[in-house]
Design a protein around this ligand. Sequence first.
Ligand SMILES: *[C@@H]1O[C@H](CO)[C@@H](O)[C@H](O)[C@H]1NC(C)=O
Ligand SMILES: *[C@@H]1O[C@H](CO)[C@@H](O)[C@H](O)[C@H]1NC(C)=O
Ligand SMILES: *[C@@H]1O[C@H](CO)[C@@H](O)[C@H](O)[C@H]1NC(C)=O
Ligand SMILES: *[C@@H]1O[C@H](CO)[C@@H](O)[C@H](O)[C@H]1NC(C)=O
Ligand SMILES: *[C@@H]1O[C@H](CO)[C@@H](O)[C@H](O)[C@H]1NC(C)=O
Ligand SMILES: *[C@@H]1O[C@H](CO)[C@@H](O)[C@H](O)[C@H]1NC(C)=O
Ligand SMILES: *[C@@H]1O[C@H](CO)[C@@H](O)[C@H](O)[C@H]1NC(C)=O
Length: 622
Amino acid sequence: MKYRLALAAIAAGVSAQELYITTTGYTARPQCTAAAATPSYRFDPFEYSQNETVRYATSVPSPTTIFTFGPGSAEALEIWGTSLLTTTWGSWLPNQTHITATDTDDKYGQAAWSSQWQAASLVNYTGVGLYTSTVSPTPVPSSELVLPPRDYFGPTDCYNFPEDFMFGVAASAAQIEGAIGLEGRAPTLMEKLVRDESPKDYITNENYYLYKQDIQRLAAMGVKYYSFSIPWSRILPFTVPGSPINEEGINHYSDLIDYVLEVGMEPVVTMIHFDTPWYFLKDTNMSAAADIGYTNGGYWHPEFVDSFVNYGKILFTHFADRVPLWTTFNEPLLYAFNFTGIHNVVQAHAELYHYYHEELKGTGKIGFKLNNNFGVPKNPENQTDIDAANRFNEMQLGGFGNPLCLGEQYPESILKTLPGAEPLTTEQLDYFANSTDFFGVDPYTATVVSAPDGGIEACSKQNMTTNSLYPYCTTQETVNIYGWNIGYRSHSYVYITPTYLRSYLNYLYSTFRKPIIIGEFGFPVYNEASKDLTDQLFDSPRSTYYLSYLSETLKAIWEDGVHVLGAFAWSFMDNWEFGDYESQFGIQVVNRTTMERFYKKSFFDMVDFVGARNGLGYPREK
Ligand SMILES: *[C@@H]1O[C@H](CO)[C@@H](O)[C@H](O)[C@H]1NC(C)=O
Ligand SMILES: *[C@@H]1O[C@H](CO)[C@@H](O)[C@H](O)[C@H]1NC(C)=O
Ligand SMILES: *[C@@H]1O[C@H](CO)[C@@H](O)[C@H](O)[C@H]1NC(C)=O
Ligand SMILES: *[C@@H]1O[C@H](CO)[C@@H](O)[C@H](O)[C@H]1NC(C)=O
Ligand SMILES: *[C@@H]1O[C@H](CO)[C@@H](O)[C@H](O)[C@H]1NC(C)=O
Ligand SMILES: *[C@@H]1O[C@H](CO)[C@@H](O)[C@H](O)[C@H]1NC(C)=O
Ligand SMILES: *[C@@H]1O[C@H](CO)[C@@H](O)[C@H](O)[C@H]1NC(C)=O
């Protein structure tokens, strides 16, 4: 309770001295009541007595009941009151530079499809990997499912996961699918994101053809929820309302969803995960700097809102019957580009929320997931640092959370800092209020925040060219006030900061007042990619990360009263990390030559932790 109050104090912008206790002496051991006065030395007969108990992973049980979460396609179309045009476009084939087509008069024809690819001007994207058709899954041999030796230290808590808790694993399309120019998919921002010298998203893990095997491997480990993203450009190669639907794309994801259900798991769909259709960026100079976030996802485009809402309705029309959990936007701030982008995301999300619950009468849950590594004040006794941390968190979360959770105005920090920012009208606030079922966040780590030299106010009046800290205008560090790292370091920006996760969950629930979903969390072990396979598989630091984060999540639930609705481990296998394969966030290794997958120790440790705490075994919830 004290803990909760202290956080509320931070959120309220008052000093939070309770959080910061200076003490001396050794770690207390209240659990150790008695100790023998002297050891009793002796020569006992020796034998190799450390028999290891062999245990196997427990696979998900076969489904017994099929639940539905909305109308089937025919009924959904009737509710929408529209008819949809469906067609196919085919594929870029190996060694084929372009498809010859004569239907040049058709603005949505084969020739128009091909010319989108040519206009995107990519190198070598017609290459394919090992597979060009769906691979039939084979059962995972039991020899792959033997649990690894335990780590010596681990959580000792006695909490269970509540009945509504959803534990799952996640990945995104561009990072695992490959097959970018096949079966009618059109180009996206992801193909343009990285320079030609860096690995591209063209082939990655070939999950587009290996999805059944990948799902089978998750089911064998007992994972209940599978979170994936659908690329807009596979469903609507021409992006806009009124353009035809790609039948091959719809069939692919329909089949994927059916397969997830068939093995006893649940599908979780993200509508956009950085893979904006190329359509919105075709006229943009991609090398010009973005003025917020690190790149431009075209969300500011005048046609974006209507097009996204149309795309979302098409997904609902085909899949709402079978999907219990929807995420409209993944980490939208990163690609929002400017205030128009933020506002468009809020508008599009709210329209889909209202449509899903009010028109379609969908009974699943729909929300968004935001990026923000929790900003904690460098000196929690210094009001300037507390103000800086508040601003850091508020600017990244409040643009979406204020209107969509609370029906409240955009934060002052956004209105005063971003050019062209305009407050919402009362009508808009009423429409946006309460239009999310959950607050999703990807809380990978925590970061130490303080005010910059010269202060926040002065910086907020500048721009990205004149001040590199703009628009957040806060200093970010990885060390605390005594110079210690905030936690154990990974291969990239992630540090192991479990106690700050608990603190963060408290901050989020107290601020935005919606159930929280940890949409992604994960840890790239330092230098993992350069290790031998057996050493990569024995990934104890990743186990420490996952078990400590889940343990602190349980404390937030049971001791602090925070409603956490689920957690999704990122990623279910090593993948394309936007231009490299070195930052390995996976709980499986992927051999990039053979495309074989191998379970890492942390995967076993995590499902064992969650399963032992009732987090895997509940029957499907309506
Ligand atoms: C080790 O396993 C063997 C074979 O199952 C059994 O006979 C023996 O009692 C075990 N030893 C210990 C110390 O558990
Ligand atoms: C494209 O592929 C060709 C043939 O494999 C190769 O010679 C060339 O270096 C590749 N270009 C890039 C930029 O990868
Ligand atoms: C794109 O932007 C870059 C960086 O601002 C600039 O150097 C380049 O000339 C621009 N290209 C075009 C075609 O406008
Ligand atoms: C708080 O931190 C700011 C900026 O680092 C500093 O200027 C100020 O003196 C500090 N205030 C106190 C009370 O220590
Ligand atoms: C956001 O960027 C787009 C594209 O450059 C521009 O048209 C729009 O006016 C910008 N919005 C604001 C509020 O600056
Ligand atoms: C928001 O929605 C919840 C759940 O439907 C409801 O209990 C609550 O009253 C709503 N709040 C407002 C301000 O409309
Ligand atoms: C991938 O598998 C092949 C064939 O088994 C093997 O020769 C190669 O060493 C593996 N690659 C890595 C990086 O382990």
